[in-house]
Ligand binder design. Structure first.
Ligand code: SF4
Length: 357
């Protein structure tokens, strides 16, 4: 394990470089992918681990948000303003959104759209929101009520259609609007019809893969997962470290720095951004030990132990996501093998892989 420091002007690139060198003390700062404005939610969806969440429920205060944004400014290009809660329930969401863009960070939200009435639609369209995902899982009441428990299909659909209409009228070319369905046992048969219907309504469509939440909760896997999963399970020596621990993190509503968005309970908190600097948190004992654990293939923490999501993470981070996932998996296994056995790299690839080694 090398504890030497490298230099690079770009934090993400530097993070990747640290990752491939298996450094544990890093010179980059993490990209902040989410800030949890609230962990209150008005629904109780079976595929969401929120009902198992034991941490306190609350709303982020604007003063704390300002401090967080000042600390991540210059290092984070865009940020999701939600995690385990419905962002539209935050009474100051518009203020948060505008503060992000005033600091050159593109704000985005994903919402269940159940409370997206005319006032909230206007508030969002008047703000500098850059991206919005509207979640309506199902093409009819029956499916929707199974997946989005507590929501009303007709109200949600009407809210989304009205929002799309208003966004079109306002001609907000800078705002990316998409309607999303998650692949679960209940929605799988409806994916094609969903895509056709919402394309016809003029929306971009996202078909989201089922998330295992790091395989922490068996009940979600049993009741919601489609039969065929996109990931494969690897054990010990077959796994590779999760690149998230070298490149990104997120902030919970109380300012806690969470190492991963799978951590719904805040099991691994590396520090608090209201008191500590991002740089100190990034090289805190919690982060350094976690990286060591991953490098040594000793997954003792209960968050990462059975997780398969790291495969997805590395593909996204290394921009393999655009090619077929089985091809990217083969490529990645090869790269990983060469990292461990550099002497076996074929001569013709040596120059190309130099950046990683
Ligand atoms: S291994 Fe899984 S739970 Fe651990 S940091 Fe990576 S994605 Fe998160």
């Amino acid at each position: 394990m090398i504890e030497k420091r490298a230099r690079c002007p770009y934090d993400l690139e530097l993070g990747k470089r640290h990752y491939f060198h298996r450094h544990v003390v890093l010179n980059n700062k993490p990209i902040i992918t989410f800030i949890e404005t609230t962990n209150y939610c008005n629904l109780s969806c079976p595929m969401c681990p929120r009902k198992m969440m034991a941490r306190k429920v609350g709303f982020m205060e604007f003063d704390l948000f300002k401090r967080v944004i000042k600390k991540i400014k210059g290092n984070t290009a865009s940020v999701w303003l939600h995690l385990y809660g419905e962002p539209l329930l935050h009474p100051e969401l518009g203020r948060f959104i505008n503060f992000c863009s005033a600091n050159k960070i593109k704000p985005a939200i994903s919402t269940n759209a159940t409370v997206l009435d005319a006032d909230k639609s206007r508030m969002l369209l008047d703000s500098s929101l850059n991206r919005i995902i509207l979640c309506i899982d199902g093409i009819n009441k029956e499916t929707y009520s199974k997946v989005r428990a507590g929501g009303d299909f007709d109200t949600t659909k009407r809210n989304i259609l009205n929002f799309l209409q208003l966004a079109k009228k306002r001609n907000r070319k800078d705002l990316n609007v998409a309607v999303q369905i998650i692949k679960t046992k209940d929605t799988l048969q409806e994916i094609d019809a969903f895509e056709r219907e919402w394309h016809a309504a003029g929306a971009n469509v996202i078909i989201e893969d089922f998330c295992s939440w790091g395989n922490q909760i068996n009940i979600i896997l049993k009741t919601c997962a489609p039969e065929k999963l996109w990931w494969s399970y690897r054990n010990g020596s077959n796994r590779y470290p999760c690149i998230k621990l070298w490149t990104e993190g997120g902030v919970l509503w109380n300012g806690d720095f969470a190492v991963c968005c799978m951590d719904f309970n805040g099991k691994i908190i590396a520090g608090n951004l209201s008191k500590e600097s991002l740089k100190d948190i990034w090289n805190s004992p919690a982060m350094v030990n976690l990286r060591k654990e991953h490098i040594e293939n000793k997954y003792t923490n209960s968050l990462c132990k059975n997780c398969a999501e790291y495969e997805n993470e590395i593909r996204h981070t290394l921009s393999f996501a655009r090619i077929n996932s089985s091809v990217s998996s083969v490529i990645w296994q090869r790269v990983n093998y060469y990292i461990k056995h550099p002497s076996e790299i074929p001569a013709m690839l040596r120059g190309k892989l130099k950046i990683f080694l």
